[in-house]
Design a protein around this ligand. Structure first.
Ligand SMILES: Nc1ncnc2c1ncn2[C@@H]1O[C@H](COP(=O)(O)OP(=O)(O)OP(=O)(O)O)[C@@H](O)[C@H]1O
Ligand SMILES: [Mg+2]
Length: 320
């Protein structure tokens, strides 16, 4: 499948996964892959704290108003924009849109609004997703990527709307919830992309949330992204002394042992990762997209583009 076709399958991709699994990084890579395929992309940060601008080499933090993270460029590369859409943002906009603009900011700053949100759990989630729906409808970008909260919260976040439908019989909030349920259930409008690292607990959590999301929320799942795989190292099983001699290098005492230990460690980690990838494939019948672990201290646009290219390679291998 070509990346343009992949990104054009649906209007909204919600990126979910365990804390630290790489949701923000994968959202950035996905946005760049879509942009390079010519689709304008808007990344929506629902927590307002992500390192998304840093991943594009831009100063942060993001705000409610859209900013350009990467410009349109040669070869038909489209723009990537981003904004926050936190629960408070969404509530404020909702209240303003319903003629309560003047008091709503004060209510928010005094915490009065949180009393309402506590009394009706999930209400803010519905407002956030209602706003995502509006972004999707107005077509402000070809693709909207939602950098979602960590898994436990993501399941609640995405199931709030259907939960509220059972509880609220009429009114504007019910109408919003209905819209959200409709959006989530339509694979041509919205899919959830799960990100996991190739480790035991994250894989378990990914499998569990995949089934919960499908059963309880009725949302379609995109291929699952396995992030942070160690790339194979050529010659890793070579004997350090022989390899050094062949390269004309001199090893000081202890270095051969240290190199051999490092190689064994890397091989063991790679084997463990492969085991988890296999376990994931058995437990979850979804195609996988693999992203390499990048050995750098900080991820910037160069690294995000490396990941975007790896993502595109994986997509090209998917059946069309
Ligand atoms: N493929 C990778 N190679 C190297 N480092 C990575 C990779 N993917 C993510 N990271 C790094 O791991 C850390 C966590 O990634 P990221 O912030 O994308 O995760 P997250 O799931 O969004 O976390 P949170 O749950 O806190 O929002 C970051 O420092 C990021 O730069
Ligand atoms: Mg994040």
């Amino acid at each position: 499948m070509d990346p343009a076709g992949f990104c054009g399958q649906t209007r909204v991709i919600i990126v979910a996964g365990k804390g630290g699994a790489g949701k923000t990084t994968v959202s950035a890579a996905l946005a760049r892959m879509a942009a390079r395929a010519g689709l304008t992309t808007l990344v929506v940060d629902v927590e307002g704290t992500s390192g998304l601008p840093a991943a594009f080499g831009r100063p942060g933090p993001l705000r409610y108003d859209e900013v350009v993270l990467s410009e349109a460029g040669p070869g038909g590369t489209a723009q990537v924009r981003a904004r926050t859409l936190t629960p408070d943002d969404a509530l404020l906009e909702y209240l303003e849109g319903h003629g309560m603009g003047r008091i709503s900011r004060r209510l928010l700053s005094t915490g009065a609004v949180d009393v309402v949100a506590t009394a009706a759990p999930g209400i803010k989630d519905i407002l956030v997703l209602g706003k995502v729906k509006q972004l999707e409808r107005t077509g402000s970008a070809d693709l909207v990527v939602v950098d979602a909260p960590a898994t436990g919260h993501a399941v609640t976040f995405l199931s709030s709307a259907s939960g509220l439908l059972d509880a609220v019989r009429a009114g504007p909030i019910r109408a919003q919830a209905e819209d959200v349920v409709e959006l989530l259930a339509d694979p041509e409008r919205c899919q959830v992309l799960l990100v996991t690292s190739p480790e035991e607990t994250p894989v378990n959590e990914a499998v569990e949330s995949a089934y919960t999301l499908e059963d309880r929320v009725g949302v379609s799942l995109a291929p699952v992204v396995v992030n942070g795989l160690y790339a194979p190292v050529e010659g890793i099983d070579a004997d350090p002394v022989e390899a050094a001699a062949a390269a004309g290098a001199f090893l000081r005492p202890g270095e051969a042992d240290a190199l051999a230990a490092a190689a064994r460690f890397r091989q063991a980690r790679t084997a463990l990762q492969a085991e988890q990838v296999e376990r994931l494939a058995k437990a979850l019948p979804l195609p996988q997209l693999h992203l390499p672990f990048l050995f750098t201290t900080e991820l910037g646009l160069t690294e995000v583009d490396v990941l975007a290219a790896a993502l595109a390679d994986g997509v090209r291998r998917l059946p069309g």
